[in-house]
Design a protein. Sequence first.
Length: 463
Amino acid sequence: MRYISTRGGINPIPFKETVLMGLAEDGGLILPDNIPQVSANTLYLWRGLSYSELAFEVLSLFADDIPGDDLKNLVEKAYSSFSHPEICPVVKKGDIWILELFHGPTLAFKDIALQFLGNLFEYLLIERKQKMNILGATSGDTGSAAIYGVRGRQNINIFILFPKGRVSPIQELQMTTVPDQNVFCLAIEGTFDDCQYIVKSIFNDLDFKKKYSLGAVNSINWARVLAQVVYYIWAYFRVIESEKVKEVRFSVPTGNFGDIFAGYLAKRIIGKGIERLVLATNENDILTRFVNKGDYSLGQVTSTISPSMDIQIASNFERYLYYLLNEEPSRVREAMEHFSQTGKLAFSAEEIAKVKKDFLSASISQKETLAMIASFYEKTGYVLDPHTAVGVAAGFKFKDERPMIALATAHPAKFPEAVKQAIGREPEKPESLKGLEEKPKRVKVLPAKIEKVKEFVAQNALI
């Protein structure tokens, strides 16, 4: 398997190179030169595998330059830290299935990719006798999951930017109370989009990137998206076996398009089976407007009770754009240049029709989110976090005879204020969240300025 850039400006590279490169050197995002579609016989054999076994089989299709035994060890080590024996259990609640993705060390879906990616980084750096400085931005859960994925690991420092005052208190504590000296938390005086813009700008400074051996842990890193493909296929198997059906739909709360893009890849890999993906947004609805109207245009970022989705610029959108524009890098490059200049993209009726074969979409307000948490709890006794509630509410809007699988992206205890507002009490707090408030914090506040962040990284990087 070889990898290319959405913008066509790099020579094809093997999987290991994609992990360390992160963002492609031409400013594009990395994709495989083809998406394998597995046979019906292979799918039948996969159905009986454990989660770790399935992960190994799926990843093997794309990571063919890592010896099988080494890849198997990386996968098994990644998921040994999860608290549930099934890693990602799928449970039926009322008329909908819930894919629980919050059983990792930071209680968020991003652990599934980042526990694997942390192991992979360390493996490659030791193999090559290299050092890396990871630079990433978070709107909530990515930061803590990335930090827990690489804390204390050899040859790695990590710098995580988050918007000051715009992540939940627990999310902030999970990041800033980690004592390992290779972890640096930067509270940026701005929005998540400011954080993301700073990170992308620094990666585009190729001299700086090379000098300080920068690596990406955000969902611009291909390996992270790839690891997320697995749980779509896993949940598909669980539900078709239980319901005795051939097709399902998934509802995915998303702001950055990374998680739902993994679902799109899963849809392509297994062929028929995932009928469509429901793209669920909060009031920050750029992606819903894209799916429903072909309008991909910037608006103001609105702060909501589902802060991980408070995003206007979806960093993974370019990957889907590549396929929408018939895998023509020149068209992608032209579209992204136009977007950077104007803040908007428009699509033809033919292109919108193509999008609607893959996606359905709805924007869910905070009022609807709280109402969904309350009504779902009343009917099923199950507590949803506000992000999952956005996905469940959108899922119900498009529920038909097919089973609907909603992704539960975080444990409700990470958002106690929103849950209490909805059901009158805070959710039960898992052991891993107890006592965080008493731990010392390590955080640096910086203005939303590229040069200030570069200066801090230069002073603290491993070289």
